[in-house]
Ligand binder design. Structure first.
Ligand SMILES: Cc1cc2nc3c(=O)[nH]c(=O)nc-3n(C[C@H](O)[C@H](O)[C@H](O)COP(=O)(O)OP(=O)(O)OC[C@H]3O[C@@H](n4cnc5c(N)ncnc54)[C@H](O)[C@@H]3O)c2cc1C
Length: 515
């Protein structure tokens, strides 16, 4: 019988981070890299379905895992989209390409992850991008795989033009480049799109790497669990077309995202002993931190019926602009975001309204994720537990009130026939807004932190600062789940940066990973 092929590096999940890890690791022609993805793979843009090409709106259903979550203790269960395709969530998302604040990464470093200080991650942020507007600035890159640009004024929809005018009227500073590390205020969003084309990591990183003979992409192949022998990951058990098989490797890099990476680890017997035993999963390592520390951006939108619905249509780019600012009395710079949406609701319903969302960008509260079954086809239970920390409630409430002010600013008021959420008869005192938040705050779709990185002395840390799993040899995690806390920005660019950091270490100092 033929010996099973043993790949040098097996990357599990081809998302924002996974495509980058595979592309960077396979730059060494002597290193065999296998990239495994549960969803389909489209090798050429011409064959790629429209929902993935069309960055004007998110793709919510055609390439999605179908997960749900309960945002708050009393909130109702709702969909939690995650991309299931090469490119992962970067292939279905809004293409907002925003970096966190330097303080976010310096905070990670201060928690024992010194390789992630701002000055050390900045080269990775520069390497990943081709900034078409500000590529000549010292904090930007002009030659990376991810093209980034900002909408010019005359490309903005009526809602976004009015939003920027209202921002100025309300006294917020102009911000031409939200990725300038010193900036705050309102301006066009940096976005990783070229015209309509969404520049996912499948487009930017994977497409040019495909010609390499040492890189294999295996799509439509779902990881069920890792096989761990004597504390070492030796194989991945996968399912494809109803067949279960084994993939062997010298090193496994888990890149399945913050909801799936911890779920795969738990199914592999790495998690809280009591929880695993209750599901009949044999415990390989007792690591209670797996699935804990779920961080995200809670948000709540004001919805307005438009005076002139002919200004809205479903083919407009849904997001184009951004306001970043700091909550009163907060020591966390730019801990709030206000963001307009060209139209609302999503889906096929007649368009007669638009929305403006208040978003908390730095939250103290955390939630958790756990399994209700050992069956890999049963999604994890996701509980972000938004708005349980009083500091989160007071800042998001202040942001919501500031968001309401936009509907009354001269530049926008003329567009608003009626505010339809919240009910205009409702008083907007602290208690009343807190009640709205407890019932309706929802995810900004930025879950992270569920396999937190940190030193071995930190009982909450699952991986070290190189992504190496503390409890299991031969296993690295590189995706949004290793972020110690949510950065003050939409999380795609930081996930790509994580792929760059770990991918570059794999390429340039493989000994760190025993290769
Ligand atoms: C609808 C939506 C809109 C968003 N908008 C933005 C935005 O505009 N800007 C921004 O910065 N962020 C945005 N985000 C968040 C951002 O896209 C994510 O933070 C980022 O993509 C996470 O990267 P990741 O590599 O951790 O995971 P992902 O990109 O989700 O990658 C995980 C990959 O692993 C695969 N996988 C999972 N489980 C398995 C398994 N068992 N076997 C095999 N493969 C598996 C998945 O199919 C996927 O391809 C959005 C997210 C969504 C869903």
């Amino acid at each position: 019988m033929a010996e099973p092929i043993v790949h040098d590096v097996v990357v599990l999940g081809a998302g924002s981070a996974g495509c980058v890890v595979a592309a960077r690791a396979s730059e060494d022609p002597h290193r065999s890299v296998l990239l495994v993805e549960a969803g389909p793979d489209y090798e050429r843009t011409r064959e790629t379905p429209f929902d993935l090409v069309n960055s004007h709106n998110n793709s919510y259903t055609d390439h999605d895992w179908g997960f749900t979550y309960q945002p708050t203790a009393i909130g109702r269960q709702q969909p939690f989209p995650r991309g299931r395709v090469t490119g992962g969530s970067s292939a279905v998302n809004t293409t907002i390409a925003l970096r966190g604040m330097p303080e976010d990464y310096d905070g990670w470093a201060a928690a024992g992850n010194t390789e992630w200080a701002w000055e050390k991650v900045l080269p990775a942020f520069r390497r990943l991008e081709r900034d078409l507007d500000f590529g000549d600035r010292p904090w930007h890159g002009d030659a990376g795989p991810i093209s980034i640009r900002r909408y010019a004024w005359d490309e903005l929809t009526a809602v976004h033009q009015a939003f920027l005018e209202a921002s100025r009227e309300l006294g917020y500073p102009d911000c031409p480049d939200a990725n300038d590390p010193t900036s705050s205020g309102a301006g066009p969003h940096p976005m990783n799109k070229l015209g309509r084309l969404r520049v996912s990591t499948a487009v930017g990183y994977l497409a040019p790497a495909r010609i390499r003979p040492n890189l294999e992409v295996r799509a439509n192949t779902a990881v069920r669990r890792l096989l761990i022998e004597n504390g070492r990951a030796v194989a991945a058990e996968v399912e494809s077309g109803g067949e279960v098989s084994i993939i062997r490797g010298r090193l496994f890099v888990l890149c399945s995202g913050s909801l799936q990476s911890p779920a795969i680890l738990m199914r592999s017997g790495v998690g809280a002993r009591r929880d695993l035993e209750a599901l009949g999963i044999e415990v390989a390592r007792d690591v209670p931190a797996v699935g804990a520390n779920l961080s995200d951006h809670p948000a709540l939108a004001v919805v307005c019926r438009a005076r002139d619905p002919s200004l809205l249509h479903a083919d407009q780019p849904i997001v184009q602009t951004i306001l970043r600012y700091t909550a009163p009395g907060s020591d966390q710079r730019n801990d709030l975001q206000i963001e307009a949406f060209s139209f609302s609701p999503r889906g096929e319903a007649a368009l007669n309204s638009f929305a403006i969302a208040a978003v908390l960008e730095q939250s103290y509260g955390t939630g958790r994720l756990y399994l209700s079954s050992a069956d890999p086809n049963v999604p994890p239970v996701v509980e972000p537990r938004f708005c349980e920390d009083a500091r989160d409630v007071s800042r998001l409430a202040a942001c919501f009130r500031d968001t309401m002010a936009f509907t009354q600013a001269r530049a926008m008021a003329g567009m608003v026939a009626q505010v339809i959420f919240p009910d205009p008869r409702r008083s907007l005192d602290d208690e009343s807004i807190a009640d709205l938040l407890h019932r309706f705050a929802a995810s900004g779709y930025h879950p992270c932190g569920t396999l937190k990185m940190g030193p071995a002395s930190d009982p909450g840390a699952v991986v070290d600062q190189f992504g190496r799993c503390h409890a299991v040899e031969g296993l690295v995690v590189a995706d949004a789940s290793i972020m110690p806390s949510v950065p003050r920005a939409n999380t795609n660019l930081t996930s790509i940066m994580i792929g760059e950091m770990v991918g570059e270490w794999l390429r340039a100092r493989p000994g760190t990973y025993g290769l």
